[in-house]
Design a protein around this ligand. Structure first.
Ligand code: PLP
Length: 415
């Protein structure tokens, strides 16, 4: 029988099909086409509530800001805002999406290691909660552009070499993000000399897909070695399980230990912000593909109608997934590479995976694709970026339509 344990909790086998959010995936695939990103709306809402309860249950002065980069879609931001989450945005583009989604500007935090004048201008005009100062040039820019005192946090690189893929580690000695602990007093003094900036607190985000909760605690302890403030933002970064053997702390454990470390090192009389991205959306999402071809030449390659145009997680970070062939519950599995349709050998969704005897036309479900897949979707080989479909209590609705060939040409001046 199919193992649905990596799919959202609503997932259930329904004869030869799988239902998610009460919607049959074969019907979703027929109606919206493939590849398609599917979001289980109730699973997303439940995770948002879990985060909020885990934080505010232990620390009432807590705010959870969804890291928009993990799924930069108005529909997702709106749904999470309805559940009470704020937003962490990077730059003017994500800020525009958050504002379009109706997010409360006071609950928005802006990041960016190289913010442009345009980014800062929009943040100032929108009156967002905090601009997170990432370095001395941010201070100069805000000083030049702000007409009234802008609330800000200062990003600290706490010198923690987090155990994750090197591309996702952001808190180490040589990070391009924030300022190292040694430069923080100078930055604080510089900020204090600028009437156009109100410095409220410190921020540290040590990376993404982090499994060791102790590393978050170490970052909090590093912040405590600096001048004390009333606001602390501990970033995001909690890992998720992509395949069954993966280990990841629960949201409750992660938040519980972060709050305990904050109370121990910084006291209880502070505002705490968290900025989770991956752990909010990853598990609520899945991708639907059709098998286009199966080649049995030495290795078995099962190629689908998507690939690195809609999922770069394996190509960039080596992540693995646990795909299911819908309906082939009792077929004998074959060991195959699940690959895409793009022109490079690195176009692999997941290698060396057991698939239940897939045939051309079969529907493949790849669980845990809710984070950073939509974000990094691209037009490699003229691929059209997939739609996003929300499934909820038996109703499937389009949240983002599929790109068209007209969209693909839209910026070409010579067409
Ligand atoms: C400043 C900041 N906050 C939050 C996040 C979200 O991280 P994650 O998606 O791992 O929770 C990121 C992404 O790496 C980030 O750069």
């Amino acid at each position: 029988m199919a193992d649905l344990s990596l799919l959202p909790p609503s997932a259930a086998v329904a004869g030869d099909d799988i239902a998610v959010g009460g919607c049959l995936l074969t019907e979703v695939a027929e109606r919206f086409g493939t590849p398609a990103y599917v979001i289980d709306e109730q699973a997303l809402r439940a995770t948002a509530r879990l985060y909020l309860a885990a934080l505010t249950g232990r620390h009432p002065r807590g705010r959870v800001c969804f890291a928009v980069k993990a799924f930069p879609s108005v529909a997702v931001i709106r749904l999470l805002a309805e559940e009470g989450l704020g937003c962490d945005v990077v730059g003017a583009g994500e800020l525009r999406m958050a504002l379009a989604a109706g997010a409360d500007p006071a609950k928005i935090v802006m990041h960016g290691n190289a913010k442009s004048d345009e980014d800062i201008r929009l943040a100032l005009d929108a009156g967002i909660g905090y601009i997170v100062i990432d370095g001395f040039d941010d201070i100069d820019r805000i000083e030049r552009l702000a007409r009234r005192p802008a609330p800000a946090l200062l990003r600290v690189s706490p010198g923690i070499e987090s155990q994750t893929h090197s591309a996702l580690a952001t808190g180490g000695k040589h990070s391009k993000f924030g300022l190292p602990v040694e430069q923080v007093p100078e930055a604080i003094a510089r900020i204090r000399a600028v009437p156009a900036i109100e410095l409220h607190g410190l921020h540290a985000h040590i990376g993404s897909q982090i499994t060791d909760v102790g590393q978050f605690e170490a970052a909090i302890a590093a912040l405590a070695s600096l001048e004390r403030f009333g606001v602390y933002d501990f970033g995001g970064g909690l890992a998720v399980r992509y395949v069954r053997p993966d280990q990841a702390p629960s949201i409750d454990e992660h938040v519980g230990r972060a709050v305990a470390a904050a109370h121990e090192h910084l006291g209880a009389d502070i505002d705490i912000l968290l900025e989770p991205g991956r752990s909010v959306v990853a598990g609520a999402g899945l991708t639907l593909y059709r098998v286009v071809t199966v080649k049995r030449a030495g290795k078995i390659h099962v190629a689908v109608d998507g690939g690195m145009g809609d999922n770069l997680e394996h190509s960039l970070y080596g992540y693995r997934f646990a795909p299911l062939v819908v309906g082939r519950w009792s077929a004998r599995p074959v060991l195959a590479d699940l690959v895409g349709r793009h022109c490079e050998s690195g176009d692999v969704i997941t290698p060396d995976v057991e698939l239940a005897d897939p045939r051309v036309g079969d529907l493949i479900v790849v669980p845990v694709t809710g984070a950073y897949c939509y974000t990094m979707a691209n037009n490699y080989n003229g691929a059209l970026r997939p739609p996003v479909v929300f499934c909820d209590r038996g109703r499937a609705r389009l949240a983002v339509r599929r790109e068209t060939y007209e969209d693909l040409m839209a910026r070409e001046v010579d067409c």
